[in-house]
Ligand binder design. Structure first.
Ligand code: IPE
Ligand code: IPE
Ligand code: MG
Ligand code: MG
Length: 333
């Protein structure tokens, strides 16, 4: 199959065309593997699966594997594993963040309550490892376990930082590395291992996806302020309301006056936009070009990701990987 321009990127529709069948197999695997002997756990898994989600992480596994060779059952299983780990982190994250909405619907904690969701998240993590274990590949387990610890540490660091105004750009970058880029990187590495890659190629694709993951989270943190709520599927302005200072705000705060800093502290303290309106916060960030600067940072990481992919020979899968970088930078949710 040869679609898309030589040396160009595929569009979203074309990417889907290239991996639709693989992705369907992944969905089947997730459904099959998410059946627990306790109904609530199965229900939470299928609720989140049916709720949508972009499936960026399994797509990365599949495309990395396809870039190198034919798809194996192992690659399909690994794509299911990373989405299950992602789902587990979302279930726990929504408990931690006291979130009400996820993927445009009430979040699982809002439906089932915290107690059940903590345990369901644990179950999903363990099930993901159970599936991964079937590969009988220590390297795969090593990647997955290190990754999960990185992510949990990231959530802990973020918790410690809640409500703090003095977050540096370096602090922020370390957090998004753990929270998001580490999983993206693991996806490409696992896909490449399943595709038969040697260490060098695995590291190269891992680096590609790491850069992409950083860009993804930077864009996510801009969208938290600028997206339309019904498109995003979760309330806008949540990060600040939850006491999280992200890059657009870090840039603005660095140049802000003491009065402007006090304004941000007020929203964090209140946990709502009441004394200070959301549009006032947007105005403050815009005045200091916070969104523009954060987007430029994202673009720099996307460019690095693209440079890595351009070292692979042209194929529809290589173009699909280019296409993913476009989609991530230009996405609206
Ligand atoms: C949400 O990830 C968590 C973050 C890292 C921001 P996604 O934006 O990929 O969530 P879904 O899977 O598409 O819902
Ligand atoms: C999402 O983190 C969960 C992880 C990446 C571990 P956030 O709290 O920043 O993301 P949303 O806004 O809930 O999706
Ligand atoms: Mg959250
Ligand atoms: Mg969180």
């Amino acid at each position: 199959m040869e679609i898309g321009k030589l040396g160009g990127s595929l569009t979203a529709r074309e990417i889907l065309e290239v991996i639709q069948q693989d992705l369907e197999r992944v969905e089947q695997a997730i459904t099959l593997e998410s059946i627990a002997s306790v109904d609530a756990v199965t229900a939470i898994g299928s609720y989140l699966q049916a709720g949508g989600g972009k499936r960026v992480r399994p797509i990365l596994v599949l495309l990395a594997a396809r870039l190198l060779g034919d798809i194996t059952d192992g690659a399909i299983q690994m794509a299911a594993v990373v989405e299950m780990i992602h789902t587990a982190t979302l279930v726990h994250d929504d408990v931690i963040d006291i979130a009400k909405t996820r993927r445009g619907r009430p979040s699982s904690n809002a439906v089932w309550g915290n107690h059940i969701c903590v345990l369901a998240g644990d179950w999903l993590y363990m099930q993901a490892f159970q599936v991964a274990l079937r590969e009988r590949n220590f390297h795969v387990l090593d990647v997955l376990i290190s990754l999960t610890q990185m992510m949990v540490e990231g959530e802990l660091i973020q918790l410690e930082r809640i409500g703090k105004l003095d977050v540096s750009e370096a602090d922020y970058m370390e957090l998004i590395d753990r929270k998001t880029a580490s999983l993206f990187s693991a996806c490409a590495r696992l896909g490449s291992v399943m595709g038969g890659a040697d260490e060098n190629v695995e590291a190269k694709l891992g680096e590609f996806a790491w850069n992409l993951g950083i860009a993804f989270q930077l864009v996510d943190d801009v969208l938290d302020f600028t997206a339309r709520e019904h498109v995003l599927g979760k309330p806008t302005g949540s990060d600040l309301r939850e006491g999280k200072v992200t890059l657009p705000l870090i840039y603005a705060l660095n140049d802000g006056t003491p009065e402007e800093r006090a304004m941000i502290a007020t929203v964090m303290r209140d946990g709502k936009y009441e004394d200070v309106s959301f549009s006032k916060i947007l105005g403050f960030i815009e005045k200091h070009n916070g969104f523009e600067r954060a987007r430029e940072r994202a673009q720099a990481f996307t460019d690095k990701a693209r440079a890595i992919i351009s070292t692979f020979p042209d194929s529809s899968y290589q173009r699909a990987l280019f296409g993913i970088t476009d989609l991530i930078t230009e996405r609206d949710h």
